[in-house]
Design a protein around this ligand. Sequence first.
Ligand code: CP
Length: 292
Amino acid sequence: MPRHFLTGAELTAVELGALIDRALEFKAAPLSSDVLHRRSVALIFQRPSTRTRVSFEAGIVELGGHPMVLRTDDLQLTRGESIRDTAYVLSRHVAAIGIRTGPDELVSEFAEHASVPVVNMLTSGHHPCQALADLVTLRETFGGLEGLVVAYVGDGNNVARSLAELGATAGMSVRLASPRGYELAPVASALVTYDLPAAVDGASAIYTDVWVSMNDDPESAAARRRALAPYQLNDRLLDLAAPNAIALHCLPAHPDEEITAQVLYGPRQRIWEQAENRRHAQKALLEFLVSS
Ligand code: CP
């Protein structure tokens, strides 16, 4: 059976720690592995992407492989071919399959039938590749993750869920602060709260994401912005966190909406490093999955 990466729950704490170590090795020596030499990785994008696509494509090339990007209209899935048959065929040609889509069930069904590793490149429920890069960024900034307090503020979405789940595996203390109606259901060991100052008190990092995501109903956008406005990541909020606290954002950002431009481009953020770390983290992940 291949190893998959659908939510991040597939990893033990030891495996997660080793992946983070390996990602930082790749950051220091990007061309140090040829594990995908002359092999292809299928990357199915049923949703738009900048970071995920670019970081996977560049990372696969650095590992000696070929990234095969497949958009929705490229596949016979749009004409009724089943996920099962698509998974069977792709498995005969490629070393691994990445999928960005809406329903989590679609990725799970792919994994059920694929004989090569399947990677969740974002679903409405999870974004584990992002969380892996987030943990790499926190490790390189603070030197360790055990006991580290991270506050996620704003919309309780897929990014927040994956941060909570992988953060718990790494021994972090994750707090999720959202307004009523936008909170996550209880997840892993994370604290879910409406109390923003309590959530950020003593936190080493404050993390946010857009208020209107790809899978949200655009008609609800104005109501979302009104409800989430008090949860903006700005310098005043960072001042309530631990000294030297950093700002994180998975991007794309809407400056002066969920995060001020001052923080997004200022000295307290590690956001652009976080975006780069997607590539290093995913290279470590692919190496691990195709070698397991
Ligand atoms: N953070 C993230 O997944 O970015 P993209 O949507 O641009 O891939």
